[in-house]
Design a protein around this ligand. Structure first.
Ligand code: PLP
Length: 361
């Protein structure tokens, strides 16, 4: 009822994309990244669909609890570890795995009673150049020594994160990877480095575990490609409909600020029930692609809160109610992102509660 704005998420596509990760990183285990509501695809539904990955990665304990309480038994890694000491009890109770990236987190573990029913499973995060989280090369030895001597800690392995793996010509990824290997040395434990761009472009960094996010949802992190180039299938199709059609004459303008002017005798303008209040990027330029009746058209004028306008002049017989796809099947989200000066990551994460997310087989 009401506005017909819908994000359909395909289970088949999600499963297919997991298989592609397994093909590319055949010797590695998978931490499927499902933080931020599974990049907008629906945390619990995505987790249930691909529960047979080796682990899930989430940003915080709330996300982890949500899927445990939905009955998902898969290992869950808290990628930023604990934010508050009190979380350690829940980590025990629900068998979560921790990333440890800061001395503060080591102190919390040191202070926790050593008589835990099971050991804390942890990954040590190493900062190799991203300068976001992790122990720097000169701190690592000490952090490692303290953690590996704690009787209630089971050190699974070592992690780092790439800053520029989406830039295929940059030397930074290789440098980060070399530094990581040098720091970790021959210490026992698993190695985990690669995000989607690492998996797709830097096979020498696959290590023992990989951490795909974006590619699970069928999109590419590179500026010059789409998921299809890597045999990925977009998991989400975001749709709405045409709610008005009008002819505008030469010299007439469309939308707030009149930023688009018709320079033909007449143009047929369609109004789509989708705007920035639903999560469409306001920055999308004139000419951003949209599918109407399965055909490509372009946006005209500024995006409004609830609506956006498209030029339907190239199509015949478009009526009110015609189906619209904003991205997904037939229209890669990467293209929309490029027109809006943003990334597929951000588009996935920004749409609002107004959009009904539905999982389909
Ligand atoms: C989000 C995240 C990933 C996944 O990145 P993608 O580019 O989406 O594959 C991997 N590792 C860490 C630490 C992350 O935070």
């Amino acid at each position: 009822m009401g506005r017909n704005v819908l994000a359909q998420v395909s289970q088949q596509a999600l499963r297919h994309n997991v298989k592609e990760v397994r093909k590319l990183a055949a010797n590695a285990k998978i931490i499927a990244m499902i933080k931020a509501n599974a990049y907008g695809h629906g945390l619990a539904k995505v987790a249930k669909t691909i529960h047979d990955v080796d682990a899930f990665g989430v940003a915080c304990i709330d996300e982890a609890l949500l899927i445990r309480k939905e009955g998902v038994q898969t290992n869950i890694v808290l990628m930023e570890g604990i934010f508050r000491d009190e979380e350690l009890e829940l980590v025990q109770k629900y068998h979560f795995t921790l990333v440890v990236h800061h001395w503060r987190q080591i102190q919390a573990l040191q202070q926790y009673p050593k008589t835990t029913p099971e050991k804390f499973k942890i990954w040590i995060k190493i900062n190799t150049g991203m300068n976001r989280l992790g122990f720097s090369p000169n701190e690592f030895d000490e952090a490692y020594t303290v953690l590996s001597n704690l009787p209630h800690v089971d050190l699974i392995g070592f992690m780092t994160h790439f800053a520029k793996a989406d830039e295929k010509n940059s030397t930074l990824t290789q440098q980060q990877s070399d530094l990581f290997n040098q720091i970790v040395g021959k210490r026992p434990g698993q190695r985990c480095l690669a995000n989607t761009a690492g998996i797709l472009a830097w096979s020498q960094t696959h290590g023992d575990w990989v951490r795909p996010g974006l590619m699970l949802y069928g999109a590419s992190p590179f500026a010059d490609s789409t998921g299809k180039d890597f045999n990925l299938i977009p998991a989400m199709t975001l749709s709405s409909e045409i709610i008005a059609v009008r002819d505008v004459g030469m010299g007439e303008k469309v939308g707030y600020g009149g930023t688009w002017e018709n320079n033909k005798k007449t143009s047929k303008i369609g109004i789509v029930a989708f705007g920035y209040g639903d999560g469409y990027p306001w920055h999308a330029k004139n000419g951003t692609p949209v599918l109407v009746n399965g055909q490509r058209v372009q946006t005209v004028g500024r995006v409004s809160m609830d609506m956006l306008a498209v030029d339907l002049s190239s199509l015949n017989n478009v009526e009110v109610g015609a189906p619209v796809i904003l991205w997904g099947k037939g229209l890669p989200i990467e293209e929309v992102a490029r027109h809006a000066g943003t990334l597929p990551y951000e588009l996935f994460c920004r749409f609002t509660e107004r959009v009904q997310v539905e999982i389909v087989s």
